[in-house]
Design a protein around this ligand. Structure first.
Ligand code: RFL
Ligand code: PHB
Length: 390
């Protein structure tokens, strides 16, 4: 079997790349370890920057996102028992973010790919990558008990943090990592969101909280929890009680509770692997970098990587130029590090750390107060939240 670009992973990075390349007339095959249903069952991101929305439009899959996505003009910060709005749109000259679940974005991309008859191999086992330092890379895998060889011009490693692509070049990457001493317990429930027009980030003495949403009838909430905490220890009632204790009384009163339809604990990590290109192998999205979810940047960084990578590949096939491909790693990493800094900063500001101490606590209090009372400080937050330009 032969294709122009072999894409490993059918998460948002791989699917978006496949669609953009297809639009430009470039053949691609996606190899995914899991089933499609499994990929759609993972509850993850919810907030899209305009850059990501624009890319969905460019890929021709933006229509449901425009119908069902909920545009947000503000975020809210809760601390010391009070809630403070940050007028993100006003502070950034009209920019917005859109609440639209990663599950829905992935579904739109999967459906468009199936409708165009593009090849996706689900349950591809033992994927291995070869020959990418030369001109003729090969991807080997097992499917339905058969060994298959896929020859290609380029390999895109869009296979997430635990994928095979970065592992294949582990001796050649420099890794930068920070692991945080807590996790997020997330609950999805079919109840109206308490704050349908703004995500609420909370810093309380009991720890961080986040009130988010997927639609006007589906909410997503998180509370900071110890790393060794177990989902089974959290009944729905315990979760709702804890969430209410971490926000201001007025908001707590308005939270509509109901049975959870998903509940999980995610650890928090900052991670960057450099470079993001090895000959004819590229890393994109979570395969190359992880941010703690506090800044809502992970999926958006995956989208910007894909924008740079697709532009480089399209330029190569159209103009026989390697310029965009050669520039890919440096361009992507420049944006990645800015988002890493923002996500680390917001995580540090909003969470209780075991070693915060009384001085650290006063620093958080003073910075939060400055943030909501200084237009300059609020603007810095707003500008980063809507996302840096490409
Ligand atoms: P994914 O989504 O992990 O997809 C990688 C795919 O590769 C497959 N794979 C393999 N396939 C073949 N062979 C192998 N050897 C393979 N190994 C792995 C996997 O099965 C999978 O299908 O990576 P991708 O596409 O780069 O997308 C990244 C995003 O998923 C991620 O950055 C975001 O979800 C992060 N994130 C958020 N990002 C935002 O922009 N805004 C948010 O509001 C936001 N909230 C979040 C988040 C992530 C969270 N968790 C649980 C990590 C909230 C949470 C709680
Ligand atoms: C979410 O809706 O899952 C979400 C929203 C904002 C974040 C992280 C996650 O910062």
């Amino acid at each position: 079997m032969r294709t122009q670009v072999a894409i490993i992973g059918a998460g948002p990075s791989g699917l978006l790349l496949g669609q953009l390349l297809h639009k430009a007339g470039i053949d691609n095959v996606i190899l995914e370890r899991q089933t499609g249903d499994y990929v759609l069952g993972r509850i993850r991101a919810g907030i899209l920057e305009q850059v990501t929305v624009d890319l969905m439009d460019e890929a021709g899959v933006g229509s449901r996102l425009h119908q069902e996505g909920i545009v947000h003009h503000a975020i809210e910060l809760v601390f010391s028992g009070e809630r403070h709005p940050i007028d993100v749109t006003g502070l950034t000259g009209g920019k917005v973010v859109t609440a639209y679940g990663q599950t829905e974005l992935t579904r739109d991309l999967m459906e468009a790919r199936a409708a165009a008859g593009l090849p996706t191999v689900y349950e591809a086992q033992d994927v291995s990558l070869h020959g990418f330092d030369g001109d003729s890379p090969v991807v080997r895998y097992r499917h339905k008990g058969e060994d298959v060889e896929l020859r290609c011009d380029f390999i895109a490693g869009c296979d997430g943090f635990h994928g095979v692509a970065r592992a294949t070049v582990k001796d050649r990457v420099t890794e930068h990592e920070k692991v945080y001493p807590f996790g997020w317990l997330g609950v999805l429930a079919d109840v109206p969101p308490v704050s349908p027009h703004a995500i609420v980030y909370g810093n309380s003495e009991r720890g961080f909280s986040l009130c988010s949403m997927r639609s006007m009838t589906r909410s997503r909430y998180y509370v900071q929890c110890p790393l060794d905490d177990k989902v089974e220890a959290w009944s729905d009632q315990r979760f709702w009680d804890e969430l209410r204790r971490r926000v201001d009384p007025e908001l707590a009163e308005r939270i509509v509770t109901g049975p959870s339809i998903e509940k999980s604990i995610a650890p928090l990590r900052s991670f960057v692997a450099e470079p993001m290109r090895f000959g004819r192998l590229f890393l994109a999205g979570d395969a190359a970098h992880i941010v703690p979810p506090t800044g809502a940047k992970g999926l958006n960084l995956a989208a910007s990587d894909v924008k740079y990578l697709s532009a480089g590949l399209i330029e190569h096939y159209r103009d026989k130029s390697m310029a965009g491909i050669d520039a890919y790693s440096a361009r992507a990493l420049k944006r990645v590090w800015k988002a890493e800094r923002f996500s680390w900063w917001l995580t540090t500001l909003m969470h209780r750390f075991p070693d915060t101490g009384s001085f650290g606590q006063r620093m958080q209090d003073a910075e939060l107060d400055y943030l909501v009372h200084s237009q300059a400080a609020s603007t810095v937050l707003a500008e980063n939240y809507v996302g840096m330009p490409l």
